[in-house]
Ligand binder design. Structure first.
Ligand code: UDX
Ligand code: ADP
Length: 479
């Protein structure tokens, strides 16, 4: 996209929501645009205090360095939301949009009350025109509701332009994704004002993103593209996980199958790593949102199609837990199971929708003793996840069954089985011989990420089960 001199110039940006999306995204904008003042605000004072401290609330490789470089220069974290809104020409709305837990659309629709609250706040305090950018993933046509709220609650005649600019960063690689994005998508109305606002935002990105990677579309296409991209990515994982089940039953190796398929340029190699099941704050939420949207539009077949991606993911997690129980002679009562990794993927401390929560729940329901180790997830977060209503209500009982270890070696001591739930690099290079000596025998490893060298572990004495890898089935001898 080519910069147009008539587009409004952005001198100050406010980002509402200092979470996994708003924090890293606007920190990188501040780093790449030293001439723009960026203020990230949040209603949560604890989170803002953490952003202003040496221990950031989000673990993300490379983020510390970016924040250190810009904080106090042109990057500020604050709870003074009104002041930051007033000062800004452009406002990113990066608040959370979780799946609704009750009311209409419960379990499927996105809860938009944080988006609405931010929009009302913008309307009530603004005294000059603003460009408002949807950064949070929102249902298609949310911009339309934002416009109605803004127009009904702001000073008469005040101009607001709403853009959709979905964030495609993945946790764990956020700084890399933001610094060299595959694409930047900006959706706007096709009016001259809408296009000028889109150009103003594009000019911000053009400080470091090549213009040919910045795309503009209509508002609704942009909103829907984020849901569509996540649905397609999650669909690939569910597809390969479905293949993993077939591989385990036939003796095929899912990594070999994925490699063979990925060599086809039309398929490509990425996002075909079989796993215990996908997690994270986006995939499940966005697909449920898409299911709800399809149903609301009178498209039940489309809804059912996308729902199956989630069903397959639930199946993958349950199938893995069942495999552990079956292999341990159909009972894990009072047996110690070491769960290595609790984050939903490596290089993040985020546990939202992590497969480890489902596994621990299943192991606990079989009366196992679970010992958990994760290098980045705070202990308090693990307790919170395991006692959340709907997972388990009895905090006392959890503490009788679950321990949190300070190292992988400690978690595995006296265990009957090790379950790898997250693909942290340190599990690949663990001193497996020492782990073996400290475990009960036979010692099992269930590799939910297929990351360990199974042959080497078998040599040590382990019985190894890797996701998507069946037992070798010998060909019959015909001679
Ligand atoms: C995802 C999208 O990738 C990103 O573009 C979007 O902005 C937000 O949602 P994120 O959830 O942070 O990002 O991480 P991602 O790398 O996509 O992984 C999601 C889950 O899928 C993780 O649990 C991961 O372990 C799992 N996964 C990923 C697999 O099981 N196999 C794969 O091949 C890839
Ligand atoms: P995401 O992964 O989408 O970034 P997070 O939950 O990590 O989601 O972050 C969203 C942030 O938005 C939270 O820190 C939350 O406190 C903040 N937030 C929610 N509603 C508002 C609001 N009305 N004003 C300011 N901040 C808000």
């Amino acid at each position: 996209m080519v910069l147009d001199r008539t587009a409004p110039k952005v001198r100050a940006i406010c980002c509402i929501g200092a979470g996994y999306v708003g924090g890293p995204t606007c920190s990188v904008i501040a780093q790449r645009c030293p001439h723009i003042k960026v203020t990230i605000v949040d209603v949560n004072p604890v989170r803002i205090a953490a952003w202003n401290s040496d221990t950031l609330p989000v673990f993300e490789p490379g983020l510390d360095e970016v924040v250190k470089e810009c904080r106090g220069r042109n990057l500020f974290f604050s709870t003074d939301i009104d002041d930051a809104i007033r000062e800004a020409d452009l406002i990113f709305v990066s608040v959370n949009t979780p799946t609704k837990k009750s009311g209409v659309g419960a379990g499927y629709a996105a809860d938009l009350h944080y988006v609405e609250a931010s929009t009302r706040r913008i309307a009530s305090v603004s005294d000059a025109p603003k460009i408002i950018v949807e950064k949070s993933t929102v249902p298609c046509r949310t911009a339309s509701s934002m416009r109605v709220i803004l127009e009904a609650n702001s000073r008469p005649g005040l101009r607001f332009d709403i853009l959709s600019n979905p964030e495609f960063l993945a946790e764990g690689t956020a700084i890399r994704d933001l610094s060299a994005p595959d694409r930047v998508l900006i959706g706007s109305l096709s009016t001259p004002e809408g296009k000028a606002a889109a150009r103003a935002l594009a000019a911000v990105y053009e400080n470091w993103v090549p213009p040919e990677k910045i795309f503009t579309t209509g508002l609704w296409s942009s909103e829907l593209s984020k849901l569509a991209a996540n649905a397609l990515l999650a669909q690939r994982i569910s597809s390969i996980n479905a293949m993993a089940a077939i591989c385990e039953a036939t003796g095929a190796d899912v990594d070999e199958v994925a490699h063979a398929c990925g060599l086809d340029a039309r398929i490509g190699p990425k996002f075909l790593k079989a796993s215990v099941g996908f997690g994270g704050s986006c995939f499940q939420k966005d697909i449920l949102n898409l299911v709800y949207l399809s149903d609301s539009l009178g498209l039940p077949q489309v809804a059912a199609y996308w729902k199956q991606v989630i069903t397959m993911n639930e199946y993958s997690k349950a199938r893995f837990a069942q495999k552990v129980v079956q292999t341990l002679f159909s009972t894990i009562t009072n047996k110690k199971i070491a769960v290595l990794g609790f984050a939903f993927k490596k290089d993040t401390g985020d546990t939202r929708e992590t497969a480890a929560i489902s596994l621990c729940k299943d192991f606990r329901s079989e009366n196992a003793l679970v010992s958990i180790y994760d290098p980045k997830v705070p202990e308090a977060q693990i307790w919170l996840d395991l006692t959340e209503p709907g997972v388990v209500d009895d905090g006392q009982k959890v503490k009788q069954q679950v321990t949190i270890a300070a190292s992988a070696i400690e978690a595995c001591k006296d265990a009957e089985a090790v379950v790898i739930a997250t693909e942290w690099d340190e599990f690949r290079t663990l001193d497996w011989a020492t782990v073996y000596k400290s475990m009960k025998k036979p010692a099992f490893v269930f590799d939910g990420r297929s990351i360990v060298d199974a042959a080497a572990l078998r040599k040590i004495g382990f019985q190894v089960h890797s996701v998507g890898k069946g037992p070798e089935i010998q060909d019959p001898v015909w001679a």
